[in-house]
Structure formats: C-alpha cells, structure tokens
Design a protein around this ligand. Structure first.
Ligand code: ADP
Length: 387
C-alpha cells in the first residue's frame, strides 16, 4: 500500500467491530477526519457520550488495525463526542461530585462564557491559559516559570501542555518517559519541583510528526484534563497551542477558563498576533488577565547593560490600545534559555536572579487577576434565597 488513501484507511477500519452494536466502526459512521501524510495516519472516532468508559479498547483496536497495514508508520486515533459534547474518554460526568474541599471546587465548575458543556475538574480551583498569537515567542518558557513562581508563592499549581504541535513541557521540566496508570484509565501526572505535569509529549515518540485537526486537539486536551489525577490545585495552567486557529478557539470555548495570559515579543508582527489572541478570548467571553512582553530587552550578562533589541515597549502600548492590562516584561537572557532548555526553570535554580524576580512580579499580578476572576464568578453565581 505505497500511497495510502482515505479509502484504504476506511477499509482497514471496516475490520473493527463495535461489540456493543455488532457492526463495524465505518458502517456505524464513527470515523471522521482522516489525515494521511507520508505514512502517518490520524483520524477521529465519534462516540456516544452516554457510554462513558467503554471506548478506550475500541480506540486501541482501531489504531492497531491501521498500524498493522503495510506503509503505515504511525496511527493516532482520538475519541470525540458529537454535537459539541465532551469526548468519551473524559470520565467526569457533568454532575460529577465536587471535591471534598468545597471552597476549592466551584471555581472551575462555572467559568465566564460558560455553558452547560463547561465542566470543571473536581479539586481544581481555577484553570488558566497561557497563550500566544504565534509560535516561538516564549509561551512555554513563560508558562513554566509562571507556574514555578506561583508555586513559590504557596499556591498549588499544575501544568498541562496542550501544545500538541510542539510539546516542550517534558524538556523544560526535565521529565521523560510514559506516565503511569494503575487501572489503565486514570493517568498519574509526572511531578517536577512539586508541580504535577501532563503533556502529549509523554505519550508520543519525539520523532512522530503530529497531524492534528481542530477536533482532535480538543479530544486530546480533554483527555489530558480529565483523565489525569491532578489532585487539589489552586490553579492549573494550560500551555496553549500557539496561534488562534480552530483548535485554540475550541479550547478557549470548551475549557472552563478563569482567564488567559497572552505572551508576546515586542515586534510589530507578534503584536498584530496579540490582537488576534485577545479577540479570540473576548469572543468566547474568557477574561484576558493581560499581556506579558517576553524577550523585552537584552540584559548583557557581562556588563549588565540593557539593550532594546526589538524596540521595547510595543506590548505595553498595544495593551493600552486594546484595553488590556500590561502585566510585565521579561528580559531576553541566555540564562533563561539555558535553564529552560535544560529542564531546570530559572525561578527554581536562580531564585534570586533579576530574571526570576521578573517572573515573580508577573506571578503576583496573575494571582491578583485570578482572585478577581474567581470573585466575579462567585458574585455571578445564582444565589438561593430562603424566605
Ligand atoms: P513558544 O512556546 O512560544 O514556542 P518557547 O517557550 O518554547 O516558545 O521558547 C522558544 C525558545 O526561546 C526556547 O529555546 C526558550 O528557551 C527561548 N526563550 C524563551 N524566552 C526567553 C527569554 N526571555 N530569554 C532567552 N531565551 C528565551
């Protein structure tokens, strides 16, 4: 099968029978979104949200059926639920019991712009996104160091790498290997520096090219959100995929976000992307906590001189124009690159450095914004009046 076609994939999948309904997955109309590129195959399996917990074996069999064929180098199947419902692999039902600590549970249960589809994660007080209008601006570096700084402030923090196109959390947190799961359903996060972490990068080989369509990204993110034992957290930080396409919009729409932080570099091109990012979150009524300017200026490691390579200050100006808060600036510095690429975030290993302090200052602003957002949610929640 040298040149795989969609029809080839469908005929392979016709051999997989859904045991509940005794028909093959293709005849049942469960397969969609087939992507084939250079022998790498990806597709979605539409499932009935009412049959929670039953589809994982079927998903695996679909992958195996395709992977076994000549010419197929990799096969990735993602479960999604039709009609905008959550994918099947998500275990928490919409009326999932709240976490024992009720003061922590409700925040993520009803987020701004929320609809009935936005179900919080029991035990997680708030979920926030770190986003960027384009790749390479330091979004992941910011997410990781922000998490470390919030942790340092005493908050319970988790990190979810939703950047399925280029997951960098494992490298930046010095983590590798597949996560454990005792029952094959709930995944244990990997923990670094006291912060539970989950990334699609733990699940796939480094050299596997990612072919993801919007709905598949959401399916994967839902699984990483809900099938992981996050425990009790004040905030779960999602490192978003870069950009403002369908996949990002769906996450912004469907995950109960308390707010979003947008990372930008000072250049004009990045700033026009900031506008798109800001508008995306506003469209779905997710509060934008503000904008942070990364690689804001160059601090010479030898003489300490500050050079504004990209014409510093653009993000502050754009934030003002767009009515968003400017939350701080992070210098461009070799130590930030080296520590983040070595899996030892600068906030942890050089806590007294000027760079770590820049992240701590950012974290303080973010913590304030989180509290404001949670207060606004609590105020907006319906009150029960007993006469
Ligand atoms: P993104 O998530 O936006 O794609 P990353 O966080 O992966 O970007 O950063 C891209 C590269 O830039 C990485 O090698 C990272 O170490 C480096 N980097 C990010 N922020 C800084 C900074 N402030 N100073 C120096 N290097 C940085």
């Amino acid at each position: 099968m040298p040149n795989l076609t969609h029809e080839d994939i469908l005929s392979l999948l016709r051999g997989v029978v859904d045991p509940e309904r005794n028909q093959d997955v293709v005849t049942l109309g469960m397969i969609s979104g087939i992507q084939v590129r250079d022998g790498h195959v990806a597709f979605t399996i539409e499932v009935d949200p009412a049959r929670a917990g039953q589809y994982e074996p079927l998903r695996k069999r679909c992958e195996e059926a395709v992977f076994g064929a000549p010419g197929v180098l990799s096969a990735t199947a993602v479960l999604t639920a039709q009609g905008g419902a959550r994918p099947e692999a998500s275990k928490a039902p919409p009326n999932a019991p709240k976490a024992p600590n009720t003061s922590k549970a409700p925040a993520a249960q009803a987020a701004p712009g929320g609809g009935s589809q936005k179900t919080g994660i029991p035990g997680v007080r708030a979920i926030m996104a770190v986003a960027s209008g384009k790749g390479g601006v330091g979004k992941s570096t910011t997410a990781v160091n922000l998490a470390m700084a919030l942790k340092k402030m005493g908050l319970g923090v988790g990190l979810l790498d939703a950047d399925v196109y280029g997951p960098s959390l494992p490298r930046m947190m010095g983590l590798s290997g597949r996560p454990d799961s005792a029952d094959g359903k709930i995944i244990e996060p990997k923990v670094a520096y006291g912060v539970p972490c989950m990334s699609i990068g733990f699940m796939v080989e480094d050299d596997t090219p990612m072919i993801w369509r919007g709905p598949m990204v959401m399916g994967a993110v839902e699984q990483l959100l809900r099938d992981v034992r996050w425990g009790e957290l004040d905030v779960l930080i999602i490192d978003m995929p870069p950009g403002t396409g369908d996949a990002q919009l769906t996450i912004a729409q469907r995950v109960p976000l308390a707010g979003a932080l947008i990372v930008s570099t000072p250049q004009d091109v990045a700033l026009s992307d900031v506008r798109k990012g800001l508008n995306m979150f506003r469209k779905v009524e997710v509060p934008v906590f503000g904008i942070v300017e990364n690689m804001s200026y160059f601090l010479c490691p030898r003489c300490g001189e500050r050079t504004e390579i990209f014409g510093h200050g653009g993000a502050r100006q754009t934030a003002a124009e767009l009515g968003a808060d400017f939350l701080g600036e992070i210098p461009l510095h070799l130590a930030i690159r080296e520590t983040s690429d070595a899996g030892t975030p600068i906030v942890v290993v050089q806590p007294d450095s000027a760079h770590a302090k820049a992240y701590l200052a950012l974290a303080e602003r973010v913590a304030e914004k989180l509290e404001e957002s949670l207060d606004a949610l609590a105020a907006a929640a319906p009150k029960i009046i007993v006469e």
